[in-house]
Design a protein. Sequence first.
Length: 122
Amino acid sequence: MSTQIEPIKVADVGDIEDEEALVVDGATNGTGRDIAVFFSDGEYYAIDDTCTHEDASLADGWIEGQEVECPIHSARFSLCTGAALCLPASIPARTHKVEVRGDEIWLYPGVPVEGAVTEVTA
């Protein structure tokens, strides 16, 4: 049986610049894994911050539209589904639900977004 982690306020609207990310550390978010909250094209997304191929922060990567590129080996991930979009990564990144409540951004650690990729489908 899994424990439900409570949602947490991570920022206010406007705190995260377009095509930038904010890292919420694992101790704060309750999962033990850092989570990156991205803002791109007017939408907020959250995935595990660590690339599934190499130990690198995806928040430090290049964000364009609904994708983020790892800064080490250029693996790309979908911000919407967590899918690994190209090699060298083949394992999807975990997604986490994000909700805007008024002017606040709330993260639901451990709650995947609808349509999230959870398995390798190659």
